[in-house]
Design a protein. Sequence first.
Length: 646
Amino acid sequence: MPKKPSLRARRNQQSGAAPDRRASRAAAQGAADPGRSYGWRRALCLILVHVLFVIHIVHWRLAGRTLAPLELNEVMYTLEIGIVTAGFVFMAVACLATLIFGRFFCSWGCHILALQDLCAWLLAKLRIRPRPIRSRTLVFVAPIAMLYMFVWPQITRLLDGRPMPILHLRGDGEGWASFVTGNFWRNLPGPGVAMLTFLICGFAIVYVLGARSFCAYICPYGAAFGLADRLAPGRIVARGDCSRCGLCTAVCQSRVRVHEEASLYGRVVNPACLKDLDCVAVCPDKALAYGLARPPAFDFLRRPRLSPKAYDFTLAEDVALGAVFLATFFVFRGLYERVPFLMTLGLSAILGALAVLCVRLVRAPHVRLANLHLKTGGRLTGWGRVFAALCAGLLLLTLHSGFIRFEQFRGGRAMREAARARAANDLGSLTASVNQALTHFSICERWGLYRPPELLHRMGSLHLELKNHEAADEYLARAFAESPDDQSLRHDYASARFALGQAAAQQGDLHRATIHFRKAAGARPDVPEFHYNLAVMLSATGRLDEAIESYRASLRLSPEDVDTLNNLGLALAQCGRLDDALVPLRRAVIVRPDAADPHFNLGRVLAMKGQEVEAAIHLARAGELNPAYEAYRNEVTRSATNARGR
C-alpha cells in the first residue's frame, strides 16, 4: 500500500501551498508505481547517447573521416557566415520536435543533464541532498546568453550594414566542413578543458545550486527550447481527480510546482518542464499523463496567477550575487584562451552563490551548504573553516586571473591599434603599438599560471613584425610544438624560419640557412618558395640529390616557375643526368623565351650531348639576351667537344 503523506504535507494539500519536498520525497518513493517508472528508461537513453559518442569517435579514428560532431554551438557559424553545419541541422530538428512534443530532448538526450542527474544520484547514495536554490538574478542568465549567442550577432550585422549570409555547404578543403570531416575536434575543447567543464557544469553546480541548476539557470539552448515549448501542444495534463498530495511537485527536479499548475490550468504550463515523466509515474491517483493540450502561449491573458515564489536569497543578496556573477564572468571568460563560454557561466553562478554564503558566514548565526553545517550558534565549525579557507583561495585565484585577463585585454587592444596603424601605413604608430602589446603579453607570460600556445603565437608574431627574427622563432617554435595543427601558427612559424634562413644565407652561413629553410618547408609544404630556397642551399653545399627533390617539390606547386626549372636542369646536369636535365630546361625556354639563363644552360647540355647545331642556337640566343654569355659561347662549345673526345 502507498504510504500516507506526512502531517505537514497534508496541511500543504489543504492550504494549496507547495509541499515540503523532504517530507514528500519519502512518500513519493512508496507511492511510485514500479510499472510506470520512467527513470530507468531515461537513464538507458542517456547511457545510449554516451555510447553513441564513443562509437562516433572510434569511427573517426578508424576511417579518418566521419560525420561532423553535432555541436549545438555551430548554429552560430550558420547564422553568422552561412555554413550549414551538422550541429545546425541537429538543433533545427530538436527545436521542431520541441515545438510539437515539448522539451523531451533536454531530459532524454542531453549529455549535460545526464551528468547532473548522475551527480544527484551519487550524492543521494551518500545521503547528500543539495537543496534547489531559487534566485531572482540567475533566471536571467540563460535568456541573456541565448540572445548574446544567436540574436546579438544579427543586430550588429544590421547596424554595420552587412548583408545576410548565403547558406552554403563546405568541405574540409575550404576550412570548415559542413557534414563529413576529418577534423573531429575542430570546434571541441581539449580533454582537460572538457573534463573541467563537465565537473563544473555537471557536478559542482548541482552540489552548490541544486539538481538541474545548469538547465534552470545557465543553458542558452535550454532557453531556446523553453521558447519553443510555450508553443508545443505536447504537455503534462491533468486527467481525473487530483488529491493534491503534492508528490508530483516533490519529485520534479526542474522546480516546477506541478500540483498547483495541474489544478489551476489542467496542465503544466511552465517551460522549465523537461517531460521526464517522473511526476506521471509518482502520481498515486494516476491523475497526470502526457497528452495534447492548448499551448500556454495561446492563453496567457486568461491564465490565473500562481502563488508567489519563495526565494532563497534576499533582494540585497541577489543583487550581490549578480554583481559577483558579472565580475567573475568577465574575469574567466577566455582566460588563457581556454575557458569556454558555458563553463564560464556555470563557474560564475557557483562563485556568486559562494560569495553570498561567505557574507552569511560573517553575519548570520547559522549557515549551511548542502549537508555541511558551516556555522552554528554563531561559531564556525570545522567544515566552516575549511570552506572559508577554500573561498579565500578562490578569491586569490580570481584576483590573479583578473590581473592576467586585464593585461590580456590591454595587449589585444594594442594589437588592434597596430592593425589600424598598419592599414594606414603609419610606421611610427605601428611600432609603438606593437611594443605596447608585447609589454602586456610579456606580463601574461611572466605571471600567468599557464602559457597557452595562442599567447606564444601572438608574441612571436609581434616580434616578427619588429623583424626580431630570433625572438620570433623562439616563441613560434614553442607554440608550434604545442599546437602543430593551427594553420595560422604554421604560417607565422614558417615565415619566421624563412626570414632567419635568408639572414643566415646573407651572412654566408649556408648550413644554418639550410636548417631554417628545411623547417620552413616542413611547416608549410604548400609554399613553393620555401622548397626552392631550400634547394638552392642544398645545391650550394653539394647535396645535389636532396636539392633535386626539393626543386621537384617546388615544381609540383608551381610548375611554370622558370627559375626552378632552370636550376633543376642545372642540378641534374651536374649529376651527369643529361637526358633528364633537358626536360626542365626545354620547358623553361618555352615558358619564358626571353630568359637568358635557361637558353645558356640548355645550350651547354646540348653541346655536351653532341648536338652542336641546336646548342649553338640556344647559346646565341643567350648571348643576345645577356651579352655576358657571348664570351662563354666558344668556350662552352670547345669544352663540350673535348669532353666527347675523352
